[in-house]
Design a protein around this ligand. Structure first.
Ligand SMILES: Nc1nc2c(c(=O)[nH]1)N[C@H]1C(S)=C(S)[C@@H](COP(=O)(O)O)O[C@H]1N2
Ligand SMILES: [Mo]
Length: 325
């Protein structure tokens, strides 16, 4: 796999970010004011350009912002929206990162249901809009690190997966959580190819799934999730390589045994079940020691657990992470 993109940030994208930073102040105000589900539509209604006058921004800035976890990467510049939405891995549409956005453009993600089944007291199928009322999304800024050697800082909108799981009351026999992407070759045309086994599947151990950093994302940059980023609902596990963050989820199963995972099926010696970001364990064909932040020049060291070690390293105490890679 090659890293093709080397463009510096374009001035148009910098403007994009400035507008967004102003919007974020409104998002915080809105999060305090509204307990309803915060959708992309609501954001747009709250952030009409006329609202973004300096006076109005100052007023909202004085409102106390909601608590952010220590790990939100707010001190690092956000990756431009144009890069997050035009440099994608989503093999159901294309294996070319720059072609996904165009091919996914007409993907319609409504109506959408998510079936949560398996070892649970109350298995249930959720309509996505009902789910957003049960688990109102909020902003989470996370680093995403792809095994290919690039990374981004992404302002997701989402909610902790545990909020969904607790709705169905998992049984104590449920030790893992399995995820499945939509299977529909008419809507996801590259599923007609056999580049991967379809549907795309992924899994987490129960404690990983219940960790508050693990989210289901429904938006980014304050707006509804674009198709190429996994609309309408995708997993984000910030301390694991990007491929664990399965897109366009239709089914979540509570299971007793370690579930199959697409990249592990495709190449078990290259991609393990855990796939924690680990600079000390190279991929067989390339090092994981450094990464290139999209939009920046040069590379930077990759951090253990992608920089989230304080929050998640305890989950793996006593495990040999070279064996369980
Ligand atoms: N269903 C599905 N989910 C997927 C993929 C995919 O091909 N299909 N690619 C994965 C990989 S390799 C990465 S790096 C991230 C990329 O997410 P992004 O395009 O939002 O940056 O999605 C992951 N989730
Ligand atoms: Mo990836």
């Amino acid at each position: 796999m090659l890293i093709k993109k080397t463009d510096p940030i374009k001035s148009s994208e910098i403007t994009d970010q400035k507008v967004y930073f102003n919007r974020r102040l409104f998002l915080r105000g809105a999060a305090l004011a509204a307990s309803t589900a915060v959708t992309g539509l609501l954001y747009r209604q709250l952030t009409t350009p006329s609202d973004e006058t300096p006076a109005a921004v100052e007023k909202i800035a004085n409102v106390q912002s909601p608590a952010q976890t220590a790990t939100t990467a707010t001190s690092e510049p956000l990756t431009p929206r144009a890069d997050i939405t035009n440099y994608n891995n989503f093999y159901e549409f294309s294996t070319s990162k720059t072609s996904v956005a165009g091919r996914a453009r007409n993907f319609n993600a409504r109506p959408w249901t998510i079936s949560v089944e398996g070892l649970a007291n109350k298995p249930r199928t959720f309509d996505l809009d009902d789910l957003l009322r049960i688990a109102p999304p909020e902003e989470r800024i996370y680093r995403l690190r792809c095994v290919e050697g690039w990374s981004m800082v992404i302002p997701w909108i989402g909610f902790s997966l545990h909020k969904l799981l607790e709705q169905v009351e998992p049984l104590s026999s449920a030790k893992y959580v399995a995820f499945q992407t939509l299977l529909d070759p008419r809507r996801m045309p590259n599923q007609k190819s056999n580049v991967l086994e379809w549907p795309y599947v992924e899994g987490l151990r129960m404690d990983e799934a219940l960790h508050p950093l693990t989210i289901l994302a429904t938006g980014l940059y304050g707006e509804t999730l674009p198709p190429q980023n996994g609309a309408p609902l995708r997993l984000v596990v910030p301390w694991k390589y990007g491929f664990k963050s399965i897109k366009s989820i239709v089914k979540i199963s509570l299971v007793a045994d370690e579930p199959p995972a697409t990249w592990n099926i495709a190449a078990p010696s290259e991609y393990g079940f855990y796939s924690n970001v680990n600079p000390a364990v190279p991929h067989p064909r390339w090092s994981q020691a450094r990464e290139r932040r999209i939009g920046e020049w040069g590379t930077r060291p990759t951090l253990p657990f992608n920089g989230y070690a304080d929050e998640v390293a305890h989950l793996y105490q006593g495990m040999n992470l070279k064996t369980y890679f």
